[in-house]
Design a binder for this molecule. Structure first.
Ligand SMILES: Nc1ncnc2c1ncn2[C@@H]1O[C@H](COP(=O)(O)OP(=O)(O)OP(=O)(O)O)[C@@H](O)[C@H]1O
Ligand SMILES: [Mg+2]
Length: 283
């Protein structure tokens, strides 16, 4: 699906945000990208759809060399990459439905979209998606009347309505409460499974990453320092990624053989532990 080879990004300021990152994401894989602030997580996913221009390296999406495409080719290629941001910039004064439909702008001609004439099939698809994420009765609400979790659901629908093959997700839960965070992560992962999508999810919350992603990549100072399964995130691995800290509480679930129930049944969210708070403060 996605192949990143020796990706380097040096910003004009001289910051080397990525120092030669290589990564393959197979079809249907949900991967969490973790790492401290400034590690290059956002830069990496933004290079993949060229919101940020890579300095060198290769990005291949199903063998299509994304980094070599012209602007017109890139516009087409971007349709297969859905992007979900933290506090996704919805158009505040537009309705939920209109915001979701705006995800079709890559397909519907400009004038048609300008006059907001979307084909019925798009409207039906938007209804189905909003129903799927539990917002069926909010289609007419304005975006600025929604809670953070609801906004994120609209952002998810907006990304999915373009039928992407790859989802690029940047901190989907950063401003959400713990329970809503789980619901949003679960929703993203379920939708990926249902639709066979691959995803790269940047996330600060290590526990959430471990709970929902099948693979975790840890970035530190623009380099991959961990790439493996969630249960491989030992204290040593977390120290490699984030630096010295007492990781006991963070890795406890991963180390427990009988922790399956807690890991699977996450309907009842346990209150954040002090260590979890400390981790959040650090990252
Ligand atoms: N537009 C920019 N111009 C110059 N430097 C930048 C720019 N964007 C990011 N950087 C630098 O690149 C490095 C990586 O930033 P990036 O935003 O990718 O980190 P991140 O891992 O997403 O961090 P966070 O967890 O805080 O979102 C940082 O040192 C940052 O200062
Ligand atoms: Mg970031």
């Amino acid at each position: 699906m996605l192949r990143v080879v020796d990706l380097i990004k040096q910003y004009r300021t001289g910051d080397r945000a990525l120092k030669g990152v290589s990564l393959d994401v197979p079809d249907g894989q949900v991967m969490a990208l973790i790492g401290p602030s400034g590690a290059g997580k956002s830069t990496l996913i933004r290079c993949v759809n060229r919101l940020v221009e890579p300095t060198s390296g290769q990005i291949l999406l199903n063998d299509l060399p994304i980094n070599k495409l012209s602007q017109a080719q890139l516009r087409r290629a971007r349709r297969s990459m859905g992007m979900i941001f933290q506090e996704y910039a919805l158009v505040e004064r537009l309705s939920v439905m209109e915001n979701v439909l705006s995800g079709r702008l890559g397909y519907v001609g400009f004038w048609r979209s300008y006059t907001r004439k979307f084909p019925q099939s798009d409207i039906d698809a938007a209804f189905d998606l909003l129903d799927r994420v539990g917002l069926a009765d909010m289609v007419d609400k304005r975006a600025d009347e929604l809670s953070g979790g609801q906004r994120q659901r609209v952002g998810i629908c907006r990304a999915l309505i373009q039928h992407p093959e790859l989802l690029l997700v940047d901190e989907p839960t950063a401003s959400l409460d713990p329970k809503t965070s789980r619901q949003i992560m679960r929703l993203i992962c379920e939708l990926c499974k249902e639709r066979g999508l691959s995803a790269i999810i940047n996330i600060h919350d290590v526990m959430l990453a471990q709970m929902f992603a099948e693979r975790i990549v840890g970035l530190r100072l623009g380099e991959i320092v961990y790439d493996g399964p969630p249960e491989g995130l030992t204290a040593e691995a977390l120290t490699d990624i984030y630096g010295e800290e007492d990781w006991t509480a963070t890795i406890r679930n991963a180390d427990e053989d009988d922790g399956g129930e807690e890991a699977v049944d996450d309907q009842d969210y346990a209150a954040p532990t002090p260590d979890r708070d400390r981790l959040a403060g650090m990252t």
